[in-house]
Design a protein around this ligand. Structure first.
Ligand code: GLU
Length: 284
């Protein structure tokens, strides 16, 4: 039987809180129960929001909780060249295009449109820059306009063909390649985006089971699309429920008193923390 490889992939934009410790523990347990591999990956592609201090603190907290990982921690900002190569492949296949729109441009375009298709995160990008001519693109680049790169989702869906993925509790799910429209595949400031880096890394690291919150289920549809386009094997998924507080709110980095650090400073032990996690409901 193939050995299982799971991972915990935090973004270092704040300290580890109860919700993320819960997620890490599930992935860790899934690997440890069957003698598999548990990886930790630092997802710091949003270089303006991520901080090295948070990375150090998250790793320290995981160690303190006893959630030991295998091998080196992969830090995405050390691997921009890997994502750049894949971006070039997609570009050579005519699947990505530069987008010069600001947030305000996009909002204006959507407001003026007769209908605005919505995705899981709100209105989809209206495709303004998809039809720019090569000359216009060159002109804007030469003029120093800021740009990000977007996937041409319709073309990508055509090239990829149908695909599906398996979630442990939900079963096989048909991929919806257009769910996020022409999503950003490379940000303005880095040659990648969350969606591209996750897909490339899960592939390069041989991850076989992706354990993460069900808030990321829509993202799995576009990761599946990229996997199919790039010829990567699709891992299995376990989208778990989100841990919520007694008011039904999910934990977030702003809940300063429920960070692992704060609990630890208040004299709690790792067992106390896991008992606290078990006492909170995980809601759909
Ligand atoms: N880095 C993402 C986050 O912290 C998780 C991504 C994933 O598990 O695929 O929300």
């Amino acid at each position: 039987m193939m050995s299982i490889v799971t991972r915990f992939a935090p973004s270092p934009t704040g300290e580890l809180h109860l919700g993320s410790a819960y997620s890490a523990r599930i992935a860790w347990q899934q690997a440890r129960e069957v003698g598999g591999t548990f990886l930790v990956r630092i997802e710091d592609t949003d270089i303006r929001r991520c901080r090295r201090e948070y990375e150090t603190a998250i790793l320290e907290d995981l160690r303190w909780l006893g959630l030991d990982w295998d091998g080196e921690v992969r830090r995405q900002s050390d691997h921009f060249a890997d994502y750049g190569k894949v971006l070039d492949q997609l570009d050579a296949r005519g699947l990505i295009y530069p987008c010069f729109c600001t947030r305000a441009d996009i909002a204006r375009e959507i407001a003026a449109a007769a209908s605005a298709p919505h995705g899981p995160d709100g209105p989809l990008y209206p495709g303004t820059c998809r039809s720019l001519s090569i000359e216009e693109r060159r002109h804007r680049i030469a003029a120093g306009h800021e740009l990000c790169m977007r996937l041409d989702a319709v073309r990508a869906a055509e090239q990829a063909g149908p695909y599906s993925f398996v979630d442990e509790t939900r079963g096989r799910i048909e991929g919806q390649p257009l769910l996020m429209g022409d999503f950003v595949i490379a940000r303005k400031d880095t040659p990648t985006s969350y969606h591209l880096a996750v897909t490339v890394d899960d592939h390069l690291q041989g991850v076989t089971l992706v354990t993460r919150g069900e808030d990321l289920l829509p993202s799995t549809h576009v990761h599946g699309l990229l996997q199919k386009l790039l010829g990567y094997a699709a891992p299995q998924y376990a989208h778990h429920r989100l841990l919520t507080d007694s008011d039904g709110r999910r934990f977030a980095k702003r809940d300063k008193d429920l960070t692992i650090r704060a609990l630890r400073d208040a004299g709690k032990t790792p067992d106390d923390v896991f008992a606290l996690i078990a006492a909170f409901p995980a809601k759909a």
